[in-house]
Design a protein around this ligand. Structure first.
Ligand code: PGA
Ligand code: ZN
Length: 385
């Protein structure tokens, strides 16, 4: 039985306040931290500042104390019945994850049904957009597709990240952004050229997160790095050209989240993984629309977008039934909480997008390695690129 529930404010990797939740049962104390996004979609559950959460927390606490912790979905039901936007998505996801951990006596993966198979790592090596950097698009990503285990995958991504950093030495001021990706004075064409060259040496594939919602103003997509302003058909051509020129295997959010038609057309015109992040916002109802419209071949799963682990699992089920690859993902503002690694392993996610550099990103890779060593016959999830 859940004996008590507590919360405290802690800092995330950006130095901003986030929620740490604690659920206390007869077997122990179980903690979870809420991640925090910066390039958020309009369909995400809204977070609340900690000061507000603190005021409303006594009612939330009262609703959860007494629940049988093995029935962690009941905690989610109680949270949902209070209205996730009213109590804050950051509070609800921290409590929901803590409840899963309590049910598994510390092992979230067990409460979620046990380890299935292990994801490939999708790592951000060079960035821009809302996370900082001269690129208009948000992320250039690498997938160490030849790795046969998660430790090799993590090591390879780090080696690529390091090599990209060396290649950038003659490209102005070099730094790192919110997700630990490199920033430099380069535009998309130069940056993709550099990453493609390095990735090839490591047998890795590459992709991008356009985060197009951040480029969109007054009906047009603005690419200041390339001095271009594009309407939606020009945006389509731009994305198709980038896919062709740099052999991209993954493109996330190439259009704004309301433009189902462009997503659908792009998915039809290419065979690669067109992925919806802000498009789906991990909401089961939006995934259902996506499946029926054939709007994408992949979806990002960020449990905090929908505010509850049980809801994220429903989205994953819908994606699987609809033949959509689910990509479990971190946020740009992270903590050491590695829950997304458990979720990826328990649901057999083909990809885990967890960044490369920064101890808050490494924590997810390390959790994968820990689970890999615990499982009897671990195997990578099948992924065709
Ligand atoms: P966010 O960005 O966590 O800052 O929202 C991540 C993403 O768009 O994939
Ligand atoms: Zn994204």
């Amino acid at each position: 039985m859940i004996r008590d529930v507590r919360i405290k404010p802690i800092l995330n990797s950006r130095g901003n306040q986030t929620v740490c939740a604690e659920i206390i049962t007869e077997t122990g104390s179980y903690f979870a931290n809420a991640p925090s996004g910066k390039s958020k979609g309009e369909y995400e559950v809204k977070d609340l500042p900690f000061a507000k959460i603190k005021k409303l927390f006594p009612i939330v606490r009262k609703n959860i104390v007494g629940v049988d912790e093995k029935e962690w979905c009941l905690v989610d039901d109680r949270l949902e019945s209070m209205g996730l936007n009213k109590i804050g998505g950051n509070l609800s996801i921290a409590l929901s994850i803590a409840a899963v951990r309590a049910a598994g006596e510390g092992e979230a993966v067990d409460a979620l049904g046990g380890a299935k198979s292990f994801p490939y790592l999708l790592g951000n090596v060079l960035g821009g957009g809302a996370h900082g950097g001269s690129l208009s698009i948000q992320e250039i990503l690498v997938i160490p597709a030849k790795a046969k285990d998660v430790a090799t995958a993590a090591k390879t991504n780090f080696a690529i990240w390091r090599a990209v950093g060396s290649e950038l030495k003659n490209h102005g001021t070099v730094g790192n952004n919110d997700e630990g990706a490199w920033t430099a004075d380069v535009n998309e064409l130069e940056a993709l050229g550099i990453v493609a060259g390095v990735a090839k040496k490591f047998g890795a594939r590459i992709g991008v997160d356009v985060a197009a919602g951040e480029l969109y103003k007054n009906g047009k997509y603005h690419w200041p790095s390339l001095g271009k302003t594009l309407n939606k058909s020009q945006q389509m051509d731009m994305i198709l050209n980038l896919i062709k020129e740099f052999k991209l295997v993954y493109v996330e959010d190439p259009f704004i989240e309301t433009d189902w038609e462009s997503f659908r057309e792009l998915t039809k015109r290419t065979k690669i993984l067109i992925c919806g992040d802000d498009l789906f916002a991990t909401h089961p109802e939006r995934l259902k629309i996506g499946v029926s419209k054939k709007a994408a071949r992949a979806t990002i799963i960020k449990p905090d977008q929908c505010g509850l682990v049980s809801k994220a699992l429903r989205s994953i089920d819908i994606a699987r039934e609809g033949n959509i690859v689910h990509v479990v993902s971190h946020r740009s503002g992270e903590t050491l909480d590695p829950f997304i690694a458990d979720l990826a392993v328990a649901t057999g996610a083909p990809l885990l997008k967890a960044g490369v550099s920064g101890i808050e990103r490494v924590a997810k890779a390390n959790r994968l390695i820990e689970l890999w060593n615990k499982v009897k016959k671990p195997r990578m999830t099948k992924l065709r690129l």
